[in-house]
Ligand binder design. Sequence first.
Ligand code: FEO
Ligand code: CA
Ligand code: CA
Ligand code: CA
Length: 598
Amino acid sequence: KGVALKKRNRLPFDAVAISRADAITVPAGYRASVFVPWGTPISGRFPAFLEDASNSAQDQAEQVGMHHDGMHFFPADAQRGAGKRSNHGLLVFNNEYVDAPLLHPNGPTTVNGQRTSAEEVRKEINAHGVTIIEVRRGQGGEWQVVPGYLNRRITAATPMQMAGPARGHALLKTLHSPDGTASRGTQNNCAHGVTPWGTYLTCEENWAGYFATRDADLPRELKRYGLRATSRFGWDTLPGDEFQRFDATRKAASAEGDYRNEPNHFGWIVEIDPFDPDSQPVKHSALGRFAHEGLIFAPVQAGKPLVCYSGDDSQNEYIYKYVSRGKYLPWLRKPGRLLDEGTLYVARFNADGSGNWLALDLNDPAFQAACTAAGVSFADQGEVLINTRLAADIVGATKMDRPEWGAVNPDNGEVYFTLTNNSSRASADAANPRAANPYGHIIRWRENRRDHAGKGFNWDIFLLAGPQGDSQGPSGAALDERNILASPDGLWFDPDGRLWIQTDMSGSQLASGPFGNNQMLVAEPRTGEIKRFLVGPIGAEVTGISATPDFRTLFVNIQHPGEGSTPGNLLSTWPDGPGRRPRSATVVISREDGKRLM
Ligand code: FEO
Ligand code: CA
Ligand code: CA
Ligand code: CA
């Protein structure tokens, strides 16, 4: 095997140098072209993007959203799962949040910190969520949006259903949904997941910041998630039900009379069927409520439970695993139900390199004992799930350095997770070995007996990110100029078992660190080799990656180029050039000779 690996160069390109250019840089022999930037018309009246950002809220609902993130290419023949078509399919991606100064002609209008324009806030709501577009590859390898009926936007106002143990729970009852079964919208959708049956999962990450509550004594399901008196964009400061729902302050005698429970409708994994434009998205409460970064599935086997993993991207939060009660069968008519009945576990990483999956389940004796010992009670499993973080605290899970994306190695089933950084760790532990971790690391584990549904695993650290003097690559050697990186975030295995790593540096690390702009690298776990493949434009995060089945097209997302820009001070003008507002966009990468990427 070693000889065969040496014969074929698995990373057949010259590493891209660190760069601070306002451009995409890829290796010689590859090309990168911009596709579907924010504002691209996709449906309805196909309203053209207006460069002064004067498109209306309704226009925005018919255009690509802002701040592209997690993404998947569904081959056109993938309605029931894996498809093979590479020239035609659906591209589905998250629109995590907005840069309000760039979304409006002159930034958001406020008076004394209050929003005054319903139209502006509606545009912000419509720029969030998910974009679904039908796409086709032409003879020359170029991609186009097909103006088909499947194209649609899911926004922070789209009607949705709640499913799983928390559906109908008293803590989900609101003025909008007196029976606690209906939700409105999804927001702060960071990474994603793809089910074995060909649906898209969007993950609600920093949703808590969208709500305000002025109550002095917050209930645990709000307090543990960091709700505050003021919200990120001030949507709650406008009158009317569509905005007041973001104000969780107690106002009425009963929960059905106000929006105190509205935040409990967020922090979930949301399933979207991209092939059915009439379908309502479904929030699967059995997968837990936290700052979900993404969701990844272990390889499925007919007759075995479905297993998936998800990280809670916040400082000192946890990594979770879900195991379905029912068995996966490829011919199931409603496989989504497998995401509604099962057990949620949280990870404990022991100092000796072993690990345990700890059940967060009221029927589990160890969980019952932990609740008793902690003096915490839950009325039912729905309440456990609404308070997932508290349940994980009780069982003694390991507090991690901000878990971001995960990926499963197709060669051997090993699970990799990025831990992006952590500036508030109390003390180092084996799995988070830096007391202050500005650079982040990548952890991996192997489930005992390769059984993803099991309760034990063994872990090690795959990579310690950082500069040349303070890092360790997959080979054990320090990183060098070909591959230094910091704040790893996006993670993906290609079909040939290479690991692609995307970075999300910000602040001084991005402005003046030794790493240049955010980047994407490729690692070969079998040899420990790692090389930088792409560098993004100024102020952008590189996040979101998917490929066509023939591996001739790679889709990569560029989020928030020129972050911090205002209309009068553009810090980046990517991708449109001088004088024009920066726009998040997908980048299509191919080889100049049109062959497989590697
Ligand atoms: Fe939205 Fe954890 O990155
Ligand atoms: Ca991320
Ligand atoms: Ca991040
Ligand atoms: Ca981001």
